[in-house]
Design a protein around this ligand. Sequence first.
Ligand code: UGA
Ligand code: MN
Length: 324
Amino acid sequence: MGFRRVSYLKVYAIFCTLFILYLLTSEWENEGSILKHNRKLHKEIKKLKKGCTSRGYSRDYQDSDEADPIYLITPTYARLTQKADMTRLMYTLMHVENLHWIIIEDHEEKTELIIKFIERIPTNIQVTHLNMKTPSMDKLASDDPNWLKPRGVQQRNAGLEFLLEHFEENTEGYIYFLDDDNTYDIRIFDEIRKIEENQVGVWPVGIVGKLRYEGPVCSNGEVTSWFTAWKPDRPFPLDMAGFSFRLENLFDAPEARFKQRIPRGYQESHILTELGLDRTNAVGLANDCRDILVWHTRTEKPRMDAEEKLMKATGAASDLSIEV
Ligand code: UGA
Ligand code: MN
């Protein structure tokens, strides 16, 4: 009997030891595989970081807490492609630090579509939502050629007035007029942050002025000539997307505004002249004006013929409660 109890106990003790050993080793294995996985992840992150920093342009400005804000002034108006254009722009701006996006609707009131759109903008982008309707006599009719009247004039002025009202004279920052349908490479924002007071940073813009690109030709940061096919004698023969300047310059010339009735193609030259800047203040950026970092893309006006056809044939077209 005594012998039996002892051997039962032995078997039980051996079983327990083996079970504990099994538990321990499986835990080690688990830990081992987690460590291995962690190491793999770290390697992957390192590789990705390296990829981010080795693409030519310095990301120093982006990483620094000191980066001065860039105030982006964007006029926008209701049309079928508005949400698509603004969404694309938002996804570009999400990658840039310290931006203040001033969105000015060409509308008598703030629209539901843009209010809801703004709710989706990540909070690292500061947003100001304004509205300013272009008076009907200054507005292009839908069948007018687009060169007949300048666009976004009153809205950009509303943006400038907002800055003058809400910021102090010595606020550091940059102003860039960002149209809602252009295409921007985020490296342009690093270039903008190189601009000093009393300088107008300039660079070529792609696909504009019926050319592959248009804008300054530079050597060692100095603008040596301007490449344009149209009105080369303008004080600044460049596109709205092809320049930026410091906020201080607006405070030095607080009356500077865009103007509705000036010759075609002179909006850019007009505002820069009003700011007291001329060609001698121009500094060539974007790899000595050799990199195209902004394109004057334009979203095609969509045809809606099938909506009308469906309506005529069946009495019902697309569901208007679905926002496009
Ligand atoms: C070109 C320039 O790139 C613009 O910066 C310039 O304002 C315009 O010409 C002009 O001549 O006024 P373009 O593509 O022809 O640009 O102009 P749009 O993109 O149609 O308009 C420029 C900005 O004004 C856009 O952000 C647009 O949303 C806005 N806009 C346009 C309005 O706020 N209201 C309008 O009725 C039309
Ligand atoms: Mn445009």
